[in-house]
Design a protein around this ligand. Structure first.
Ligand code: UDP
Length: 238
């Protein structure tokens, strides 16, 4: 697939991608660096949608949330993703990129609700669409939201930015003999019990034949190379 630029992609960013080396929250330098990379991709004319996590903000409140009812904690987590989405939209604006935030939870005074045809229209207009509040339901993750919105938007690929530069045969931090896959099938991921996304997200991508690219958030230029179809990270294919 070398050299073939994608036309429409969905980027999954975990909240932790925004906090850099900080313990929680949004690190200014980190969000600026990430925004620069996203802006570069948007300016290539690639239709880009983003699902953002909330782990970075939730970490700050996690001690207080201990023992809390799961659904309540999940709603708090979804609200955290809205904060990240607004921060990302603002940072993109400063880089000359028009982005629209759509939320799966209704908070109309802050952001518009998720409306599929409207989101598709924004993509056609080459606006970046940031999907906030995950799926809008507790007991799900933003990985699942990425798979769901990716399928709804008809993207060619879900790009999952992580701290490691792909999928390894074992944890590279614990096992120095671990090797990285450049490509791997959905079936092989299951057989080898490798973790790519949570089971719900993974099953949705597999059922919809939606490839997943796992790449490093910390490697400069990796996002651009990945969306341009160059060898980067690991491709999970049908
Ligand atoms: N969340 C949720 N439903 C969703 C998506 C997310 O309840 O559809 C909650 C999730 O449980 C977590 C928070 O929102 O508490 C942030 O999501 P996630 O942990 O996936 O973010 P990340 O780890 O990628 O930053």
């Amino acid at each position: 697939m070398s050299g073939n630029k994608f036309k429409r992609v969905l980027l999954k960013l975990s909240g932790e991608a925004l906090m850099g080396e900080d313990a929680y929250g949004i690190n200014r330098a980190t969000i600026i660096r990430m925004t620069e990379e996203i802006a570069e991709v948007a300016k290539l004319g690639i239709e880009l949608s983003i699902v953002i996590g909330g782990g970075n903000i939730f970490r700050g409140v996690a001690p207080g949330a201990q023992g809390m009812d799961r659904a309540t904690a999940d709603y708090m987590g979804m609200m955290a993703t809205v904060m990240n989405a607004l921060a990302l939209q603002d940072a993109l604006k400063n880089h000359g990129v028009v982005a629209r935030v759509q939320s799966a939870l209704n908070i109309d005074q802050v952001v518009e609700p998720y409306i599929r045809p409207k989101a598709l229209r924004y993509l056609e207009e080459k606006k970046v669409v940031i999907f906030a509040a995950g799926t809008g339901n507790p007991f799900f993750t933003t990985d699942t939201a990425a798979a769901l919105r990716g399928a709804e938007m008809g993207v060619e690929i879900v790009m999952k930015a992580t701290k490691v530069d792909g999928i390894y045969s074992a944890d590279p931090n614990k096992d120095p003999t671990a090797t990285k896959y450049s490509r791997i099938s959905f079936d092989e991921v299951i057989t080898r019990r490798l973790e790519v996304m949570d089971a719900t997200a993974f099953a949705l991508c597999r059922d919809q034949k939606l490839p997943i690219m796992v790449f490093s958030i910390n490697k400069p230029g990796a996002l651009k190379r990945a969306v341009c179809g160059e060898d980067e990270g690991t491709l999970v294919h049908v």
